[in-house]
Write a protein that binds this ligand. Structure first.
Ligand SMILES: Nc1ncnc2c1ncn2[C@@H]1O[C@H](COP(=O)(O)OP(=O)(O)O)[C@@H](O)[C@H]1O
Ligand SMILES: [Mg+2]
Length: 409
């Protein structure tokens, strides 16, 4: 196979859209992918449709198997992002010396400005210095920690792997059930509050977590009620710093609405690509990875379970128009109503969250153990066929999500 040697100058990025499989190897110097250092001599494989960016602070030489790359000549914002990391590390050192709380930051902006990527870099750089920041991902559409329809948090102890992402170790995951916060904003805000409470407890009890701080990733849903929810996130997590990517409008509004928070505006990278068409694929891949592993190397279980052995719930009742209610009657907002539902063929392809709670009233406030997907429902035999990483979910409480997964092999 013919290979090409590419020299990347200090401070430059090598970016690419992979057409077919591409193998890259760091021959000399130092380089990183979204905050994770590359090992010299290791062959990194990128598959068709993937986008990558290799950044070098000092300069390096890469060997590539194909031509699917270009050295970006634009002014990339990596040195600015690294300065932010430097500032955060200084705050951690101060917190360490004074035994106080380390920095809590939140990253905000419209969709496709590089929010998730910046969060990933910030926690990776922190982990490389031995810190253990808590990464909170509140993006219910494209969560880096769990599958779509959830919010999640985890302690980052080591940088994400280039090929397989973060090593997800004991994550805290809450059910939401939709792909955008606007579908049920009341429920979204409620689970954000629960998550913040758990993160606060962890910070208070584990000194390393307290000092390392928190990085909160958000959705790009920032207009109207999204903006209000956004302020709710900032208050619930008591953030000290908000990084706004590429939106003067948002930064100005936040500075006047949250005077006690430091708001920093940063440019987006020229390498960030709109994901429009790729979003559904990203979501599907995230769920597929959950069941089949990042390298398609896990074999999930498929089993049939009796209707009597599971209890399925749905959270949030449909809003009844005022015109359908008797005159003068006011219904309590049903956004967080927990309702048992009878298994039926309408459940097919739906993701069901497996709760750690055995009390239906606690379904919203308790961590999820995992997920299953309904593959088939037989009303005559009164049984459900489930795709599941575990061999059984007997007697567990399951929560129906609006998120679907069609398991096409
Ligand atoms: N510097 C970069 N070079 C190449 N691709 C990038 C760069 N930064 C981000 N990307 C890619 O751009 C896409 C959008 O970035 P993402 O962080 O997901 O945006 P957001 O979270 O704001 O929606 C992702 O596929 C990401 O891998
Ligand atoms: Mg994102």
């Amino acid at each position: 196979m013919t290979t090409k040697e590419i020299v990347i100058e200090a401070g430059q990025e090598l970016r690419g859209d992979v057409d077919e499989t591409l193998t890259l190897e760091l021959r000399s110097g130092k380089a990183e992918i979204f905050g994770t250092e590359l090992a010299i001599g290791h062959k990194y494989q990128f598959t068709s449709g993937m986008k990558f960016s290799i950044f070098t602070y000092w300069g390096c030489t890469i060997v590539s198997s194909h031509d699917d790359y270009y050295v970006a000549r634009d002014e990339n914002p990596m040195h600015i992002y690294l300065n932010v990391h430097g500032m955060l590390e200084q705050l951690r050192q101060k917190a360490d010396a004074e035994k106080t709380r380390g920095p809590r930051i939140m990253v905000a902006g419209l969709p496709d400005v590089g929010k998730s990527t910046l969060c990933r870099m910030l926690v990776n750089w922190a982990a490389r210095l031995g810190r253990t920041p808590i990464l909170v991902d509140l993006d219910v559409g494209q969560n880096q920690i769990s599958i779509p329809g959830t919010i999640a948090a985890m302690v980052v102890r080591r940088p994400a792997s280039v090929d397989e992402g973060f090593r997800i170790d004991m994550p805290l995951v809450f059910h939401y059930g939709y792909k955008t916060p606007g579908e049920n904003i009341g429920l979204y805000n409620e689970i954000v509050s629960s998550m913040a409470m758990y993160v606060n407890i962890r910070s208070e009890n584990v000194e390393k977590s307290l000092i390392s701080g928190v990085v909160v990733n958000t959705c790009g849903y920032i207009r109207q009620e999204g903006y209000e929810s956004f302020k709710h996130v900032a208050k619930a997590f008591d953030v000290d710093i908000i990084i706004v990517l590429d939106s003067e409008w948002l930064a100005t509004k936040l500075i006047s609405d949250l005077p006690s928070v430091k708001v920093i505006t940063l440019p987006k990278s020229g390498g960030v690509v709109p994901k429009d068409a790729a979003k559904d694929k990203f979501r599907e891949n995230k769920i597929r990875e959950y069941f089949y592993g990042p390298r398609n190397n896990i074999c999930p279980h498929v089993f049939t379970i009796d209707f009597n052995d599971v209890k399925v719930y749905k959270i949030g009742a449909p809003q009844i128009p005022d015109s359908c209610l008797p005159a003068g009657m006011i219904l309590k907002n049903p956004y967080n109503k927990i309702m048992p539902i009878a298994p039926s063929p309408t459940l097919v392809h739906h993701v069901l969250a497996v709760s750690s709670s055995s009390d239906p009233e606690q379904l919203l406030a308790k961590n999820l153990l995992g997920f299953v997907v309904v593959q088939h429902v037989d009303p005559d035999k009164r049984s459900l066929t489930l795709l599941s990483p575990q061999p059984n979910v007997k007697n567990r409480l399951l929560i129906m999500s609006d998120v679907l997964f069609v398991d096409l092999k």
